[in-house]
Design a protein around this ligand. Structure first.
Ligand SMILES: [Zn+2]
Length: 137
């Protein structure tokens, strides 16, 4: 009997989801191919599923049902970002505001310090005026 490379078969068929169908683990070298009906001779792609070793073991022990694995394997992989991000937009706006306020405060302090320095220089030595005519008012 010709040995079928079911690993290659499964990887080709499910190439848009190369991770454990149950938990999402995604290191290719570690992933295994499970036979849903438990028969290693049945290499129909519908009988194959990509699983990590742990989930494979759990499937074999029937701790995860075959129906569940099949459902998870075939469900559309659409990421709903709104679900993941939740209130990220609001949070980002808030931290942007905070950063801007901090920057303004910093700039204001720097300006005050510069003004104080100018004043001090002017009153200390009139020569400073000659060296920095641009600072004259
Ligand atoms: Zn897994």
């Amino acid at each position: 009997m010709k040995r079928i490379n079911y690993r290659k078969l499964a990887f080709e068929r499910y190439r848009d989801r190369l991770f454990c169908a149950h938990c999402g683990f995604g290191i290719l070298e570690v992933l295994e191919i499970a036979h849903l009906d438990g028969h290693r001779q049945n290499n129909d792609v519908a009988n194959l599923v990509i699983l990590c070793p742990t989930c494979h073991k759990m499937l074999d022990l029937d701790l995860i049902s075959t129906e569940m694995i099949t459902l998870m394997r075939d469900r559309p992989k659409i990421v709903r970002w709104s679900k993941r991000m939740k209130d990220a937009g609001k949070k980002a706006a808030l931290s942007r505001k905070k950063r801007q306020a901090a920057r303004r405060r910093k700039r204001r302090l720097a300006a005050l310090k510069a003004a104080a320095t100018r004043k001090r220089r002017l009153s200390a030595s009139p020569v400073g005026l000659l060296q920095n005519p641009g600072e004259q008012r």
